[in-house]
Design a protein around this ligand. Structure first.
Ligand code: DC
Length: 217
């Protein structure tokens, strides 16, 4: 079974996807971590992040896998926590906007999907491009302020909600207006409004949808 989950930055996709994967006994595929990892390697090597050619060469050459806990390994080495750092977060939209980078990363994601008996894939374009034929597709939404609050809490920086809100608006804009795979709701994706809901409640709603569909004649 393949479940794909999409939605804007801070909508709770990763926490929800992790939990849903656990509940369903499936592998969790964090696609954002893969773009972050490519960005991290590019920054370490000091390449021009505006160069599609240079970034694509990295995406095509790096080996990205996941450990048993779903944490990314970059050429076999842990990518956490560096991939979550501010520098990578600031630059990842630019790197992930290059079509050739996306092609290489999407190909890796499909290979991982083909190898595993089932997975929950989370990230922009997983419902539209990577796994458009997923058994279940979800689009999570929440207001920008709620998303900023969650992101700030996740970073342990509750006093920085306004700053994070700025960042979220900037990323929303970049992610939804880019030419290749802009953020959009896939046909057939079930929209789940997570405003004011806890992680458990969101996952329960998704499980209800999945169960109802799996048992439907
Ligand atoms: O979900 P995240 O914050 O870890 O994602 C990091 C960046 O990668 C974000 O700017 C959008 C991009 N991304 C993407 O373009 N496609 C995906 N499938 C996942 C993430």
């Amino acid at each position: 079974m393949i479940v794909s989950i999409d939605g804007p930055a801070g909508a709770g996709k990763s926490t929800v996807a992790k939990r849903l994967a656990r509940e369903l006994g499936l592998v969790y595929l964090d696609t954002g971590a893969m773009y972050r990892a490519v960005t991290l390697v590019a920054m370490r090597l000091g390449v021009d992040l505006g160069s599609e050619e240079a970034c694509a060469r990295i995406a095509e050459g790096v080996e990205l896998t996941f450990d048993a806990e779903g944490r990314i390994l970059v050429d076999g080495e842990p990518g956490e926590p560096e991939i979550r750092g501010e520098a990578v977060t600031r630059e990842v939209s630019r790197v992930s906007a290059h079509p050739r980078v996306r092609r290489a990363v999407v190909a890796m994601q499909r290979r991982l999907g083909a190898r595993s008996p089932g997975l929950v894939a989370e990230g922009r374009d997983t419902t539209t491009v990577v796994f458009p034929d997923a058994d279940h597709k979800f689009f999570l939404i929440a207001s920008p302020r709620e998303r900023a609050r969650r992101r700030a809490a996740q970073l342990g920086q509750e006093d920085r909600v306004d700053g994070v809100l700025e960042e979220i608006r900037r990323r929303d804009h970049l992610d939804s207006t880019r030419a290749d795979s802009p953020l959009q709701r896939a046909e057939g994706a079930v929209e789940v409004d997570t405003e004011g809901l806890g992680e458990r409640e969101v996952v329960e709603r998704m499980l209800d949808v999945i169960r109802a569909r799996e048992t439907a004649p």
